[in-house]
Structures are given as structure tokens and as C-alpha cells.
Design a protein around this ligand. Sequence first.
Ligand SMILES: [Zn+2]
Length: 511
Amino acid sequence: MSYTALYRKYRPRLFSGVVGQTAAVKTIRNQIISGRVTHAYLFCGTRGTGKTSVAKIFARAVNCERPDGGEPCGECAFCRSADAAQLAVFEIDAASNNGVDNIRDLIGAAAYPPAVGRRKVYIIDEAHMLSAGAFNALLKTLEEPPPHVMFILATTEPHKIPPTIQSRCQRFDFRRIPREDVTAALAAYLSAEGAEADADALAYVARVSDGAMRDALSIMDQCLSYYFGERITLEMVRDVCGAVDGESLFALTDALLAGDADAVQSVVDGAAESGKDAGRLCSEMVSRLRDLIVALTAGGGSAALDVSAPEAARLAEQAKKAGKDELIRMISAFADLQNTLRFDPNDRALFEVCCFKYIAGRDERPAAQAPAAAPTDPAFEARLARIERMIEKAAAGKQPARPAPPPDRGDVKRALEGWADFVRSVRTENAPLAGFLDGASAGESDGGILVVTCQRSYDEIELRKRLSELTALLAKRFGRSFTVRLNAPKPSAQKRADEMPFDEFARLFGE
Ligand SMILES: [Zn+2]
């Protein structure tokens, strides 16, 4: 039996099957009914919200001979032919075809009317990844489009689409899908699969997938394959998600409030032993602290909490004990940490340092009830010293993977010689990063620093945001932790035929 991932299998074939995008879908259907379809659209929204699914249905509907209420009829020659869609609908992934040549080829082919159907539809996924030259080439076509062509640009980052392009597209914003819609859709999919799940398990999946139907389905998919034939429970879902159990979060919050560094350590150790990384622990903690703040403002048993009544009561009790100020301090500490851990979710030391810093900070604040410990209090001094030792110990690298040793000159030389191979390897390991490394050259500066000169200024800006990903991949490949310096391209290098000067680029992108 061939296996198809749930999110592929249940990709909606009709607008009526699209979950949670009522406004966009209604407008598009009305355009088809009234014959007011335009030639360029921009679909914006976070991943997994249905942009590509809607684009594909749209592409079939504009080509359908007898659309029914704006839906493809499923019966005409176009709808029934398996080949028709392939001759009229083209999907381009801009993440890997972002150059000016890719777009020129596409535009060249677009000039010819479609062999079947009414319109050639080009769906450009991740459109923000197009190079400046590619956008320029596309712009000319958008200004004078052949009547039989329709473009649908889909993007998660609309601010990176030049305003000149945006102004020629009709824009639709795809919202995060409401939790109750995700839950209902999951229940329907499961029953179609002949599987069952507890209500709290579905609610949990809807919550962690954060409005992305594709993520929700892929979590469910994993549950179904791990626990084949069993009724899916909350425990199973949490296990698949690598979730931290609720008790650990209660314990961690208590430990932080009590200033008990040993208890913090044991929660972190426990999470690591059961295979949960620090990134997951951190994001669960942010979500728990949010719940605690809700519990404090709304009181126990609040429907907004999405938990059982006894759990709501416990949350309310802990929230009251902590108080609003401490909860806000904690959530801001963990939210900052969450940003940092994005690059290395396994960095337990960072997590521990964040906890110990919070404890140290809390000890320095005057307590509301008890008189503040004087800085000369020996008990306070001893406690502070102990926390400092723990921070040092954590920072010194309790992690299983020790940091790679610094390079010597030979290592830098080796990295330079292997640079082209390294960039090729990045393509398979981290494709978006590879896109920004394209055409970059590497050199060496004094002190064994690896200098990477980017081909485009835009690449340099993007690489700077991902510098830790780059150094991690370098360390992995060459076994040394290189110091990397990024350089913007020399002015002459930017004036290549397919690139705009940076000033103009910056102006377009508002940077
Ligand atoms: Zn049809």
C-alpha cells in the first residue's frame, strides 16, 4: 500500500474544503462568478495557512469550462483531464529558482497561449526569495501582461516583495487558522482515516500548530504512524511533539519563584534525559507563563486557558503566588531566550543561565513581605556565590557536544580550499542559507578570521541574521569553530546586468 502524507492526501480540491480562509475564498469565488479575475495576485500569510492550496484550486477554476458557484466543476474536459492542469498550471519554487534567468525563461514561455484551457497560471511560491533582477524582469511582464496569463505570488514575507510588484497585484492575506477550525478539521480527517483521538489531544495539536493546518496534519500523521490502530491520547501527542509534561512546568515555575537553583537543574536534567531539547522546554515555558498571566487576570476556570478545570485551578493558585510583576519578568526573560535558542535548540547551558540570572535578579529585588536581605548578609552572599558558580558551570559547557576548538592557519586554508564543496553541502543541509551564499567568495584576514564577501548586499543582510547557522555548519564540516566576518560586495560587483544598485534596492525594500 502506498502511503501518502495526510496533508497531501487532504489537500482540498475545492474552495469549500479550504479551512479557515473565508474572506479570501469568498472574494476569489465571486471574481470567478462575475468574470472579474485579474492577472496578478499576491497571497500573503504564515506557512501552512493554505496559500498554495487556494492558488491551485483558483488555477483550475479559471480554466474550468463551467465553473459552479466559482468552484471547478469536476466534469468538463479541463477538470477531468489529468494532463490539462500540467499544461496550464505551473508551480515555481522561488527558493531554488530565484535568478533572473529562471524568470526570463518563464516569461518567454508565458507569451504563448496555453495549449489547453483559457489561462496559463504561474504559481510562484516563496516569491520573496526572487533576486532583485528577477523581480525587475517580472515587473515588466506585470505592467503589460499577455491576456492569457495569470500570476499568483505566494509569500510568508510580504515586506520583502518590492512595492512596485505589490502595487500591480491584488493582495490577499491568509490568516492563521482559528484553533476551533483546526480541531474540527482534524476530527474530520481522523474519522475519514478510521482513527480516533481524545478531544484534549486534538486541542493540543491545534494549539502547538499555531494556526498552520499543514503542521497540525503532519503532527497527527506522526501520531497515526507511531500509534497505529490505537486511540490517540494527549500523552501520545505530547510524546510525538517532544512536549514537556505539565508537571515539569509547574515544578520549574515553583523552583524559579523559590529561587531554588538545584530544583531548576533537576527539571532541566529531567527534560534532557527524556529527549526534550532546551528550545522546546523554553517555548513550552513561554506558553505556560502566558497561561499563568491569563489565569491571574481572568481567574481560574477561564475558558481562554484551554485546560481541564483542576489544572485551571492549579494555574490560578500558582499565578497568585507569583504575582503579576514576577510573571512578566519571567516571560520576558524566556521570550528573549526563545529568540536565541532558535539557532541552537540544544543549548541547555543558555537555558540554565537564563534561569539562574532570573533567580539572581529576584534575590536582589526587595521582597514584598519579607525585609530585603542586606547585601552583607552572609546567607545571601553564600547563595549568590552558589548561583554564580552554577552559571559558570553551565556556561563552561555541560552540553554533550563540546564546542569545536579554534582554528589555526592551516585550518583556515583548508576551509578556503574546501569552500566550494562546503557551499554545495549547505544546499542540502540548509537551502535558504545556501541561497544567500550563492556567489560569495571566501578569504582570510589577520588572526585567522574567515572573511566571506557576499555577491549582493541583500545577501549580506540576510547572512548576518543567520551568522550562527553559518558558523555551526562550518564547525560541523571542518571540525573547527571559525570566526566569520561578512563583507558587503564591492560596488563594482553589484552593477552586474541582473542586479539593481543597492541604493535602489534599499529604496524599494524600505531599508
Ligand atoms: Zn470544470
